[in-house]
Design a protein around this ligand. Sequence first.
Ligand code: SAM
Length: 218
Amino acid sequence: MTKSLTNKDVNQTEATFKVFNDCASMYDEKYRDISAYEPSVLKFCELLQDQHSKILELGCGPGNVTLFIKERFPNFNVSGKDLSPNMIDIAERNVPSANFEVMDCRDLESIQEVFDGMMCAFLFPYLSKGDVEQLISESSRILSKNGYLYISTIEGNYESSQWTGSKNYPELKLFMHYYQEEDLKNILTKHCFKIVHTEQLVNPTNGDNELILIAKKN
Ligand SMILES: C[S@@+](CC[C@H](N)C(=O)[O-])C[C@H]1O[C@@H](n2cnc3c(N)ncnc32)[C@H](O)[C@@H]1O
């Protein structure tokens, strides 16, 4: 499918690619500990009743969430995708038992396999509302009946989405999109998902308000 990307979309994606690709090793060290998110990731895994469940993980980064899943559910088949080749190289080293591939999550229409679960951990801050809607619509196609979708993101008004400097590297700017539960709930409901778990937490490092949703495909 040919998408009509505006210059704004291209600039935002280029910045996302550059920051995550250049800082992949630093990200790997800084975010190896995912203990704040373990209860919700565990809940998502436990909802997938088959011990051989297939999971598609979008924006997998260095495989930090993948590693947690594979250590606890070694028979899960996890396919991780990320825009950044450096992130994928690190993920392959960190979790040799999972499969990884460079892929833009906005190209999901190329995926013909069916998955039991989809994981999008802190991917939505880098996607516009149009891209999020497209991703959720494709998730509904890709997921098996009664499949589950895990989303974590930064909570806030979409209208306040903006270019933001990283605290460690202020010269590196990323365009951050903020979402409220209501925004995501409306899109999920439209695409036949029902929210089964909602969690709000404050990031202990940077004070961001974070939102975690698990939705079931009806
Ligand atoms: C904040 S990191 C999250 C990594 C990991 N999931 C976690 O929870 O720590 C966001 C990741 O999404 C990836 N990403 C951003 N836009 C993407 C896109 N359009 N397609 C695929 N991956 C993307 C980035 O390269 C980065 O690795």
